[in-house]
Design a protein around this ligand. Sequence first.
Ligand code: PLP
Length: 396
Amino acid sequence: MQLSNILDRISEPQTILMAKLSRELKAKDINLVDLSLGEPDFRTPDYIIEAAKKAMDEGYTKYTPVAGFPELRSAIALKLKRDNNLDYDPNQIMVSTGAKQVLANTILCLIEDGQEAIIPTPYWVTYSGQVSLAQGKCVFIHCGIEEDFKLTAEKLEAAITAKTRLFIFSSPCNPTGAVYSKKELKGLVDVFVKYPEITIISDEIYEYINYTGKHESIAQFSEIKDRVVVVNGFSKGFSMTGWRLGYMAGNPEIIKACEKLQGQFTSGANSIAQRAGITALTGDMTPTYEMTKAFKERKDYFISALSEIPGLKINNPEGAFYAFPDISSFFGKSFEGNTIQNADDMTMYLLNTGHVTGVTGSAFGDDNCIRFSFAASMDSLKEAVVRISKALGQLA
Ligand code: PLP
């Protein structure tokens, strides 16, 4: 069969590959500690599940408006005011099938053949896949552990060319947990002010999983707000990954363009999820805050335990639920004839010998690191630390 060459522009996500390899080992009765997944290990809160059941009983089972139910768009506008002090009219908001579709819509609407998207690395790999699908060119800026994985104004400005149209980043960041402070964002904003043709995609999906106490959105800078697309959703903060519900806020022109595109792809997002989403945003958010509290306890344990393993270099994530240690000091070392040359080798070694599943840093544009999710039980994390420590200790 002759398949379209559009497929050559993307590859299978490493997370899916790791899940496949883990399943194969589990089928051989090998007990694995799986820290590869990017989703909260909590149930969706009951008040949201009840709202979904009620929505079905009330007949919300039909096609929805492409941009989302007006009541949900209004609830999102209220949320953006309440939590972020951002003013958006409901017509500056659009709902999609997950933040992933929001990103796809926005990227496809804003970039075309040969235009450039600047992406600081490490980054969530879907960004580059979607830019490639749009035939854009990714310009990566490496931000290492010594900079707490954050981009500076100087490095940003040096990467801008006449072809730059997009800047894409997440704060809190997947995979590093880096959270930009207001001051750090202001540094970037001062650069963007000079380049009005650049749109900023601000992925804030981990907003509520923030250990600094306050989420700062780059959209709060009025000098560039009109060029910021805020991307958010329900997957992480409300543990609703399977419900597939995300949203964007931004310039009405971009919203209209995304609506046109989505109208030909998926139409409006799932009706039941949208009704539940209204309740999620307007109800008592205690479960969200409790979940973040639990993640913080696990983070404090996991990061401190990992940092005691000789040879591991690790930063303190201020958001999200990932540890992203630098394992480069082990490169060149071996165990039973198996030499570790890079993060891919280390990930496979930890999987096959240590029986801990992580995701290679190369999947996020960083060949020195490996990502472990701490959205797992404390017992699993403790066991993972024992296994990682033993496996690394065997390398010589
Ligand atoms: N943005 C980042 C940084 C993510 O890590 C993810 C999911 O892993 C998403 C967006 C996608 O979110 P959704 O499940 O709403 O599509």
